[in-house]
Design a protein around this ligand. Structure first.
Ligand code: ADP
Ligand code: ADP
Length: 229
């Protein structure tokens, strides 16, 4: 059973000014098994963010199909979206809200009833309990990243997607983030992350798909893939 199933996905960006039209994804097919820790590995410009942004509803696909937890993104968009939590690449957070407030607002947006909110538990999971009531503007880059992970978890999605999560995060905080994400995977959450670091995919993930110039050029278990390179 797959957590995410992508078939024949194409994305053509319209021309802008002097820039010609850009085929960012070319006939991409990809299966992310339930429970896996999956890396989408590729250099800058390969199409990783485009793929994530299509799942997040921020970019419209040109053609192809996307199923998230067996829900079709075209026909069952709301249910498909509810099955996924997305941790964006940018560290945008409203600076004058506290982590507790931001999680409560997010829970409200997702319609999580008050009685079912797990704000304290989620803050503990990402190691931010003692910052629960501090303004977001006082948090370090690593703490902001972990707060974005917490935000993506408020509706308890079975899939967590992280777009280049270690960009701009120092080594120590990176390790903390990985420890937390690994623990989530061990508790059953499917993890999909994008990265341009082979070492990151190798250390963390059980499956890797390599994307280059908008095409998936390899997909295998991490062990098999490393045997070939
Ligand atoms: P990655 O995340 O792997 O770095 P992207 O998905 O951001 O790759 O980009 C894939 C290609 O699509 C790149 O050539 C990029 O310049 C182009 N691209 C991304 N966003 C847009 C956009 N909004 N309009 C036009 N081209 C874009
Ligand atoms: P479906 O609605 O497609 O039948 P289910 O919600 O029944 O899917 O879940 C299928 C499997 O995924 C079950 O084994 C369930 O334990 C697991 N699962 C569902 N939701 C989560 C979640 N939030 N985190 C981890 N595993 C989950």
């Amino acid at each position: 059973d797959n957590a995410i199933e992508i078939r024949g996905l194409n994305k053509q960006y319209a021309p802008r000014g002097s820039q010609p039209a850009k085929q960012a994804l070319k006939d991409v097919s990809l299966s992310v098994p339930r429970g896996s820790f999956f890396a989408l590995l590729g250099p800058n410009g390969a199409g990783k963010s485009t793929l994530i942004n299509i799942m997040a509803g921020l970019v419209r696909k040109s053609s192809g199909s996307v199923k998230i937890w067996d829900r079709d993104l075209d026909r069952e968009e709301r249910d498909a979206r509810l099955a996924i939590g997305i941790v964006p690449q940018e560290l945008n957070l409203d600076p004058f809200f506290t982590p507790r407030e931001l999680l409560e607002v997010q829970a409200g947006l997702y319609g999580v009833p008050k009685a079912e909110r797990r704000t304290d538990e989620i803050l503990a999971t990402v190691g931010l309990s003692d910052k629960a009531d501090s303004y977001a503007r006082t948090l370090s880059g690593g703490m902001r990243r972990r707060l974005l992970v917490a935000k993506a978890m408020v509706h308890t999605p079975p899939i967590l997607v992280l777009d280049e999560p270690t960009a701009g995060v120092d080594i120590e905080l990176r390790q903390q983030l990985w420890t937390q994400v690994k623990a989530m995977n061990q508790r059953g959450t499917t993890i999909l992350l994008t990265t341009h670091y082979l070492e990151e995919a190798e250390e963390l993930c059980d499956q890797v798909a390599i994307i280059n110039h908008g095409q998936v050029v390899a997909h295998d278990t991490t062990a098999n893939l490393l045997r070939k390179v």
